[in-house]
Design a protein around this ligand. Sequence first.
Ligand code: NAD
Length: 324
Amino acid sequence: MLRKTALVCGAGGFIGSHLVRRLRHEGFWVRGVDLKLPEYEETEADEFVVDDLRKQETCERVVDGRFDEVYQLAADMGGAGYIFTGEHDADIIHNSSTINLNIAHGCRRRGIDRIFYSSSACIYPAHNQDDPHNPNCAESSAYPAAPDSEYGWEKLISERLFLAYNRNYAMRNRIARYHNIFGPSGTWQGGKEKAPAAICRKVAMALNGGDIEIWGDGQQTRSFLYVDECLEGTTRLMRSDFEGPVNIGSDEMVNIDQLVDLVCAIAGKRLHKRYIAGPLGVRGRNSDNRLIEQKLGWRPSQSLTAGLEKTYAWIESQLLRKAA
Ligand code: NAD
């Protein structure tokens, strides 16, 4: 029997590097491609191409093979400090759409008919997420569209791109809307990190009894999904008959104060919260998991605390390594 093969675009990134490892453990031969190798560990890809997917010739070269599964995760990406300041809007739209256009076109020309595309909860209308206790992120609420960032708009148009290829070129692309994925080996410093990693870092660096800075008033709500569960949902969707778009996220909603309290409890520290101005995004967001349960008979179930324990331990080890 032929060995299964996969192409992972964005294989040097957080979710991509975890996905490569998972596919290898499932027995796949994996080609990874990214601007960079994974930052915190050796790649497990059988072949890793360091190149720029904004170049059409790169895309045509990397898709040139027999691939059972293609995962398109490469994007110009970051946490609130990158996406919501407005300073990177042109790059975000230009870079990510160019990659998606090139991959969709390259795969079609090569006869590859199934691409997984990672969209985002950021596509949902901002006005449905004003109430922190009752945000609406049902898949059907995406239109009329009103995302609160250019990152969200780009994701939405790229969803439409992959769906149009399904309709016009008989492809079977799959689309997930990820909601705040976190875990070890994610960006944890430098400005592109997201809330769980930033808070783990701040707590790990603080002295017991000291202060912790929080962007906003701590009452904005979110849910966070551990990376292993994200990959479970991703591969299930990829191998299903359902094209999506579908949420892949946790529905264990917490506010940022509660997230800080959970991390402090894991660290065994008591810290005084200091609220400062910062880029915030929408007021409330939670994954609505009814559709994924209905279509795939599965929903994420691991607790937030279980994922935070592993993430905190990893970030603490990174800090110790840096200090050594
Ligand atoms: P990440 O930034 O760690 O990974 C993205 C990777 O894409 C990076 O390694 C980057 O170098 C690569 N890349 C960017 N431009 C490239 C180019 N021109 N050519 C080749 N590679 C390029 O992000 P992640 O958290 O692993 O996210 C993966 C995907 O999931 C992204 O599409 C992201 O938008 C989406 N997503 C992630 C989350 C989350 O919470 N992490 C939430 C919603 C959606």
